[in-house]
Design a protein. Structure first.
Ligand code: ASP
Length: 408
């Protein structure tokens, strides 16, 4: 008998994820197969999402700026967004530090022999000032070609601001940007439709590759990080959604679920951006706000990454028998917040930026090798958290703007 009721996309994404876990368990002993045959299909899905990131960010932020209609409003929305992002990220680091310190006794110092064998080729992690300087592009096309999102954001904000400042003469360009945004969104919808398949393939491979490694101490550190993620969701996002946006947290959880799962499996905030915009708009965010706040958040707001960096720092320091003083912890709050701003919304970027945090407090960067093997598991949770934080901000700012226009 044919079942006439069609399942929704979120339902299919759920099914894809669970089927992927089951399939991954079946392939536990044979990750070669999944690597060769199943992962590439997931990679095609991620590639398609990635190729769309620059046009989505470029046109949606520029369009968002233009639709805010006056430069003053752009400034006020931008400032509120930035302050919200920085505060929630700093809170995330603090939650991570408190939790990791509470469980520190269970992280055993590793014997120096095995530490001596560690080799992690730290990719060069930029200094704090370098991160700030790199935000500003010295070329129009370079950041787009390299998918370097912070400068792309600056370009799109300036493009939108330029159109507004040009008044009547900028109107045609504004309309063109609006049309391009519409076209890009349509392409995005096509790609989103294959999310369940992408999620299935990626999940299968992750479980098949990492399943047996989730044991012992690493499992504990992973558990601490995930506890931090959970606390942050419940305490910070729960409060933000309920008290700032006036929405039931349950309704929010339901609305954000598709994007959450997409982030969990793709481990890329950028790749999840299209779906996140879609979910937020469905939950009642103003499209012009979400198209400004979310792309910005996908690049600069990384609460999950911040928690991970705090937990990983305490853990690696413990492995080397280094105790973190209060002043070092304060340094971690500062550098991890900045590192998460500089972290690109792509898979694994948070681990590279971890080097910046470790260096700032004198913990050997080679320690990253201890957790590098299971970084994917940290990354899944932290990315899901990263995009959820962006969504809470989009809902809050939308509510504020709503109230403002109602008053007017
Ligand atoms: N994968 C994360 C993201 O895209 C970044 C990270 O590695 O922490 O949000």
């Amino acid at each position: 008998m044919k079942n006439k009721r069609k399942l929704s996309l979120p339902a299919w994404i759920f099914i894809g994820m669970f089927a992927g876990i089951l399939a991954g368990l079946c392939f536990l002993g044979n990750p070669e197969f999944t690597k060769e045959w199943i992962k590439p299909i997931g990679t095609i899905y991620i590639n398609l999402l990635k190729f769309l990131v620059v046009p989505v960010v470029l046109f949606s932020i520029a369009d968002g700026v233009i639709s805010l209609k006056d430069l003053k409003r752009v400034g006020s929305v931008g400032l509120k967004t930035f302050v919200y992002y920085m505060c929630t990220t700093a809170l995330a680091v603090i939650i991570g530090l408190i939790l990791a310190t509470a469980f520190k006794g269970l992280f055993p110092p590793l014997d120096s022999v095995s530490l001596g064998e560690l080799t992690y080729e730290a990719k060069e992690s930029p200094s704090v000032m370098q991160v700030i300087v790199n935000i500003f592009p010295d070329n129009l096309f370079k950041p787009m070609v390299n998918a370097d999102m912070l400068p792309v954001i600056v370009i799109s904000i300036l493009l939108g601001a330029g159109v507004l400042a040009a008044g009547e003469k900028g109107k045609k360009i504004g309309d063109a940007i609006n049309c391009m945004n519409e076209v890009v969104m349509k392409i995005m919808m096509m790609i989103i439709k294959i999310t369940p398949l992408g999620v299935f393939c990626l999940m299968t491979n992750v479980v098949a590759e990492n399943g047996p490694k989730i044991v012992g101490t690493l499992a504990l550190v992973i558990a601490v990080a995930y506890l931090g993620y959970l606390l942050h969701v419940v305490l910070i996002y729960g409060a933000s959604v309920k008290f700032l946006s006036g929405m039931s947290p349950l309704k929010f959880a339901k609305g954000i679920a598709p994007a959450f799962i997409c982030a969990f499996t793709t481990t890329s905030s950028n790749a999840t951006l299209p779906l996140n915009i879609e979910c937020c708009n469905k939950m009642g965010a103003e499209p012009e706000i979400s198209s400004f706040v979310l792309p910005l958040g996908a690049t600069i707001n990384m609460d999950g990454t911040a928690i991970y960096q705090a937990v990983a720092t305490v853990f690696i320091a413990a492995c080397y028998g280094i105790d973190l003083t209060l002043s070092k912890m304060a340094m971690v709050v500062l550098t991890a917040t900045l590192a998460s701003v500089g972290t690109a919304g792509v898979s694994g970027a948070g681990m590279i930026m971890l080097a910046m945090v470790l260096t700032s407090i004198g913990v050997p960067v080679e320690g990253i090798a201890i957790i590098a093997g299971v970084d994917k598991i940290f990354d899944m949770g932290r990315t899901a958290l990263n995009i959820t934080g962006d969504a809470t901000c989009a809902l809050w700012i939308s509510k504020l703007e709503h109230k403002k226009s109602a008053r007017v």
